[in-house]
Design a protein around this ligand. Structure first.
Ligand SMILES: C[S@@+](CC[C@H](N)C(=O)[O-])C[C@H]1O[C@@H](n2cnc3c(N)ncnc32)[C@H](O)[C@@H]1O
Length: 292
């Protein structure tokens, strides 16, 4: 297997780096990305709705693909600052537990859920999604939107999803994937740079996720490749970095707060654009059912 398709960090180092990354860059992410820390979805032949609307569209497309039933009890595994959790609670009346390993994200998610009027339907907790403390069969849906690529042990994560789902419950994973397991050394190097800048463990080809889920006993495992629908996220890279370029004082404020890592963060945007253009990176979605 290509070397870039294996964990690149020891788990404690990775988790410390993820915590540091999301705790430290929380304001920057919100300023540049908005509350949704994930790709957007552009439907073929439709007018460009803009990046933020495209991010909400991705959430809606995932809700349909899973599908997420109205009133479901949902685990938002790797919840960021709770944008999906709040969306599921407000549009579908779901009861959502969001978990993340960043304390700052929890604080921000709680504030935002209160502002959105969904505090009574959401709870945010500091927890490793690969090993949770939820009793078996707790959730109707496990929702993992762009968090799986950060997990070093994909099998442990999917097994934990299986355990906490109720029989008949649905797993939904949307994750950065590799084209296949035959990457050149140059392509592997590109992924390595992306892993470092975004604090990602590693990516896998989508068919390996399908095999893993099937091997763990999931049924009705379906996958779809949405690379074509999401990759405009990175075409808009100038749009993402524009506020920083327009206001140099923001750069210095950020350098003082975050050190030179800020440049790595900004540089990572064109790297992702390149990864899609060279067909090294793909965007995979998987849904699967825990059997009754
Ligand atoms: C790219 S953000 C996506 C956030 C959110 N799903 C969204 O779409 O806005 C990745 C999230 O995964 C979380 N994460 C990474 N590894 C995790 C783990 N082992 N357990 C729980 N959360 C994790 C990070 O803390 C962060 O909240």
């Amino acid at each position: 297997m290509t070397s870039a398709l294996k964990p690149r960090w020891a788990t404690p180092d990775l988790h410390a780096a993820i915590k540091d990354h999301y705790d430290g860059l929380i304001e920057l992410y919100e300023d540049l990305w908005g509350e949704h820390i994930h790709h957007g979805y552009w439907a073929d032949g439709e007018p460009d709705p803009g990046r933020h609307a495209a991010q909400v569209r991705l959430v809606e497309e995932l809700i349909s693909f899973a599908p997420v039933p109205r009133g479901a009890r949902v685990l938002d595994a790797g919840c960021g600052i709770g944008a999906s959790s709040a969306h599921l609670a407000s549009t579908l009346g779901c009861d959502v537990d969001g978990i993340t390993i960043s304390e700052e994200q929890i604080r921000r998610a709680e504030t935002k859920a209160a502002e959105a009027g969904v505090s009574d339907r959401t709870a945010f907790r500091l927890m490793d999604a690969m090993h949770t403390d939820y009793p078996e069969g707790s959730f109707d849906v496990v929702w993992a939107l762009e968090s799986c690529e950060l997990m070093p042990d994909k099998k442990a994560f999917l097994a934990e999803c299986f355990r906490v789902l109720k029989p008949g419950g649905t797993l939904l994973v949307a994750t950065w994937c590799a084209r296949d397991d035959k990457l050149t050394s140059d392509e592997s190097r590109l992924l390595d740079r992306i892993y470092r800048d975004f604090v990602v463990s590693h990516v896998l080809p989508l068919d390996q996720y399908r095999d893993l889920a099937g091997g763990l006993g999931f049924e009705d495992v379906r996958t779809v490749d949405w690379s074509g629908q999401v990759q405009d996220t990175w075409k808009l890279s100038t749009d993402i970095v524009k506020p920083v370029v327009r206001d140099p004082s923001m750069i210095w404020k950020l350098v003082r707060a975050k050190g030179m890592d800020i440049f790595r963060f900004l540089n990572s945007v064109p790297l992702m654009k390149q990864a899609y253009e060279r067909d090294v990176m793909r965007y995979g979605v998987l849904r699967a059912t825990r059997p009754l």
